[in-house]
Design a binder for this molecule. Structure first.
Ligand code: BES
Ligand code: ZN
Length: 460
């Protein structure tokens, strides 16, 4: 067990608070300067922790931060990936404290306290654990590997510019394994390692009817209402069994094999706890699959936001000129996000009547990913969790996406190990996001063990 001193712990936390105070919201163009500020902050943080060749790489979007520490070419090289961008904090009124002023509060699940701030868990807090693990290893003279850090500012908006950087810098990024902490575990007493991520296709539809908003009495009944059509369109995308109706949508879905399915079902979800944790009375979805399968191994289609017409106080009688919807589809092996986006477009264009016109935009996409479990790196990760948590970790499939992970494999031929330490109840992407102090320090400890086991495995 590694016992960090109180002084060390306070130092780590105070630095993390500084990091969390920078509102690095990648989706919002008004935050461009904050993104630069955040990348500069990381640059000095990496330098202070003992990294060399620290540099900021400008892109067409937000900067990438790269750093490394090279020891010897005979030693294994680990590339640590993470992201410093965060999701928009909206709706701000639902935050109990300011999203960019971190505070520590105790919760039922985090009796030792949790840091409340946007990005505390996804992903600033989790990525920062890696910098501090490295700093500790350097300080304690335990470094016997080479390390590269690749930290981007566009994960939450699809990682398009990082993809370009990777394809142009294959030599720079050469390594044996990629290590990422941007996923969750089952619970603090049931640690788990994520062995799969879903892909995503993120689309936006604009339906346009009349050339201006109309009086709904004068025109209603004679003119198509784009919001009515949008509602019908969206409703038609699932059948009564919650299967997605877009033709061809399931054609390439590779059912999870029995061995993998049994592995992920071992840490089955307690349905009552699940429902209580998010305040719902009943589950929903395709009942041919268990909840665990549905939220991680099956594809989905969800409306993320819908707007148009009058949404202000009180009422206004209006037949709106436009309707908008942002829709994401989570994908599983072997669905191809570009193909799915095309099928989606075809479906929309085929569905809508001539009385409205559709503009369909593809925001971004990512392929699904599965981590092999018969590798030295996965075994080292398993041993690391076992040593720090005292129990063998379960395997779990993550329902979310990390767009760059399948690209690392495609472009560099390198696999990723997803050592996440957050909990699903940590409210990532929601108001009051937080990250447990226990998880933060356990995460640092587990990462340190990972290096020890991994280098031992590779040299034996
Ligand atoms: N940390 C998440 C990914 C994640 C969450 C994986 C939970 C597994 C379980 C990541 O930062 C994220 O939210 N990614 C986005 C990517 C998208 C915008 C392309 C996502 O999944 O919505
Ligand atoms: Zn996220």
């Amino acid at each position: 067990m590694i016992n960090f001193s109180d002084k060390e712990k306070n130092k780590f936390l105070n630095e993390l608070y500084e990091f969390l105070k920078i509102p690095s919201v990648s989706a919002d163009p008004n935050h461009k300067n904050e993104m630069v500020k955040c990348s500069n902050w990381l640059e000095s943080c990496l330098k202070n922790s003992g990294c060399e060749k620290v540099k900021i790489i400008k892109t067409k979007g937000h900067p990438i931060v790269y750093a490394e520490k090279f020891i010897d070419k005979t030693l294994p090289t680990i590339l640590v990936y993470g992201h410093y961008d965060v999701q928009p904090p909206d709706p701000i009124s639902l935050w109990e404290s300011h999203p960019f002023i971190p505070v520590v509060k105790k919760t039922k699940i985090h009796p030792k306290g949790a840091i409340f701030a946007r990005g505390a868990c996804d992903d600033k807090g989790q990525m920062f654990m890696h910098i501090k693990a490295f700093e500790w290893i350097i300080k304690n003279n335990k470094i016997n590997f080479n390390i590269k850090f690749l930290i981007e500012g566009e994960e939450e908006v699809g990682s398009n510019n990082l993809e370009v950087f990777i394809s142009e810098n294959k030599d720079l990024l050469k390594s044996d394994i990629i290590l990422i902490s941007d996923t969750s575990m089952k619970s603090n007493s049931i640690p788990s390692i994520t062995t799969g991520l879903r892909g995503i296709s993120y689309m936006e539809i604009k339906l346009k009817g009349p050339n201006r908003d109309l009086h709904s009495g004068t025109y209603g009944g004679g003119v198509a209402n784009p919001i009515n059509i949008m509602s019908k369109l969206i409703a038609s995308m699932h059948d009564e069994n919650m299967k997605i109706t877009i033709p061809g949508f399931y054609d390439k879905v590779l059912e999870i094999n029995d061995k993998d399915k049994n592995e992920i079902l071992k840490a089955n979800i307690n349905i009552t706890d699940f429902k209580n944790s998010i305040g719902i009375n009943e589950l929903f979805g395709d009942t041919n699959f268990t909840l665990t399968e549905r939220i991680a191994t099956r594809p989905t289609l969800d409306v993320n936001g819908i707007y148009g017409g009058y949404t202000g106080e009180g009422s206004k009688t209006v037949l709106p000129s436009e309707a908008h919807a942002k829709i994401s589809m989570r994908l599983v092996p072997k669905q191809d996000w570009k193909e799915i986006s095309e099928l989606f477009k075809k479906y929309v264009l085929n569905f809508i009547p001539k009385s409205v016109t559709a503009t369909i935009k593809t925001h971004h996409g990512a392929e699904p990913y599965v981590t092999p479990t018969n590798t030295a790196a996965y075994e080292a990760a398993t041993l690391a969790y076992k040593k720090s948590f005292g129990v063998k970790p379960f395997q779990q499939r993550g329902g979310g996406s990390i767009p760059i992970v399948p690209i690392f494999e495609k472009e560099l031929g390198i696999k990723s190990i997803l050592m996440g330490f957050g909990l699903d109840s940590d409210a990532i992407h929601s108001p009051n996001e937080h990250f447990g102090l226990f998880n933060f320090f356990k995460g640092i400890e587990t990462i340190i063990y990972f290096y020890q086991f991994y280098t031992k495995k590779l040299s034996s």
